[in-house]
Every structure is written in C-alpha cells, then in structure tokens.
Design a protein around this ligand. Structure first.
Ligand code: IMP
Ligand code: MG
Length: 191
C-alpha cells in the first residue's frame, strides 16, 4: 500500500521544525501564572482572551493562577486572508463585561507587527479600565512595526510563520500541543 499523506488526514502534514515543545510550553506557562498571581494579588483581575488563538494559552495560564479572576473574550479580525497584518481591525465579537475600573490583562497568542494589538489597546483604553496590560505567549521582535508595551512574554521567536498551541494556518493546526514552523511546501510564498 502506498503512503498517502494528505492535508485532510494527517495532523502534522506540512509541519516543520518544533520551536517550543510541550514541556517547555508547560513550564513557561506555569512561571507566567505564578508571576501574574503575585502581581495581581488583592486586585480585581479580568483576563481578556483574543479569539481564537489565545484560547489554549489562556486556559492553561488560568489553571496556574492562585488568585480569583474573571474571563471574557473578544474576536477581532484583520481584513483579508494574508499572513501579513493590515492593521485595519474589525471587532467580530465584543466583550460581555464592562471593563471600567477593572484590572485588565489581555491574553494574546502572538505579537507580530503589533498592529492588531495596538488597535485593540487603544479601543480598550477608551473604556477606562483601572489598569491595562498584555500577556503574550509569543513575540516576533524582528517583525514589529509599532511599539506596544507587553508586560508578560512567554517566548521570543524568530521571524518564521508558526502554528500549534492555538496558532493556525488557514484555521488548521491549532490543536498541535507544541509550536512549530510551517514548512515551505504547504504555505508557499505566503510563509
Ligand atoms: P499583528 O497585527 O501583525 O501583530 O498580528 C497578530 C495576529 O496575526 C496574531 O494574533 C495571529 O492571529 C496572527 N499571526 C501572526 N503571526 C503568526 C504566526 O506566525 N502564525 C499564526 N498566526 C500568526
Ligand atoms: Mg490567526
């Protein structure tokens, strides 16, 4: 029988080098949870997850918090389907909770150009939270086009397109338990 590896059938089809493995993710997320718990003790913490990529990180981070917190989610989308951010952002799902006077921590999967986050921060700032900080699992400093202050960072990674642990390529690969680069042959020029 011939070995046919297809996009439909094989979870790891097109996945290249693993940049952050499962164990490394687990221990860093635990460290971040401890840091956030210490910093926000006695405060009124509200985590805001940015859908869909941050869901996995957020769920794991929360389990390492030793303080009470609430969660809410926002869905935003850059116009277009390219892997490059346009900076023009559309809110697809807004928050349910009023954040005025709250200690807000935005949980993001990855900061690339910074354009999406920069828009989001301006938008949230206008709702007058008591404090507003960011916790991002990954950042690609080489790609930054706009400076956004990020209080907690999981890992700095090189300028490569990555998938897994929430990150997608064309909506696939979010369920990989590690972060890996996409190989050239699947993404083509887009990567
Ligand atoms: P930015 O506006 O350029 O910072 O883009 C941020 C958003 O682009 C992230 O929240 C991701 O959804 C997506 N993104 C950026 N880089 C990657 C990547 O390497 N893999 C998957 N998604 C990415
Ligand atoms: Mg995405």
């Amino acid at each position: 029988m011939t070995e046919m590896r297809s996009f439909e059938a094989d979870l790891e089809y097109g996945v290249g080098e693993i940049l952050v493995d499962e164990e490394t993710l687990r221990s860093r997320v635990a460290e971040l949870g401890a840091e956030v718990s210490a910093d926000y003790r006695g405060r009124d913490l509200l985590l805001i997850g940015v859908l869909k990529g941050a869901v996995f990180f957020m769920a794991d981070l929360m389990r390492h918090l030793t303080i009470p917190c609430e969660v809410d989610f926002m869905a935003i989308s850059s116009y277009g389907d390219s892997t490059d951010s346009s900076g023009i952002v559309r809110i697809l799902k807004d928050l349910d909770i009023n954040i005025e006077g709250r200690d807000v921590l935005v949980v993001e999967d990855i900061i690339d150009s910074g354009l999406t986050l920069s828009y989001l921060m301006r938008n949230l700032e206008s709702r007058e939270p008591a404090t507003l900080e960011v916790c991002a699992l990954l950042t690609k400093p080489a790609r930054r086009q706009i400076d956004v202050p990020v209080r907690y960072i999981g890992f700095e990674i090189p300028d490569r397109f990555v998938v897994g642990y929430g990150l997608d390529f064309a909506e696939r690969y979010r369920n990989l338990p590690y972060v890996a680069v996409m190989s050239q042959d699947v993404g083509g020029d887009a990567l």
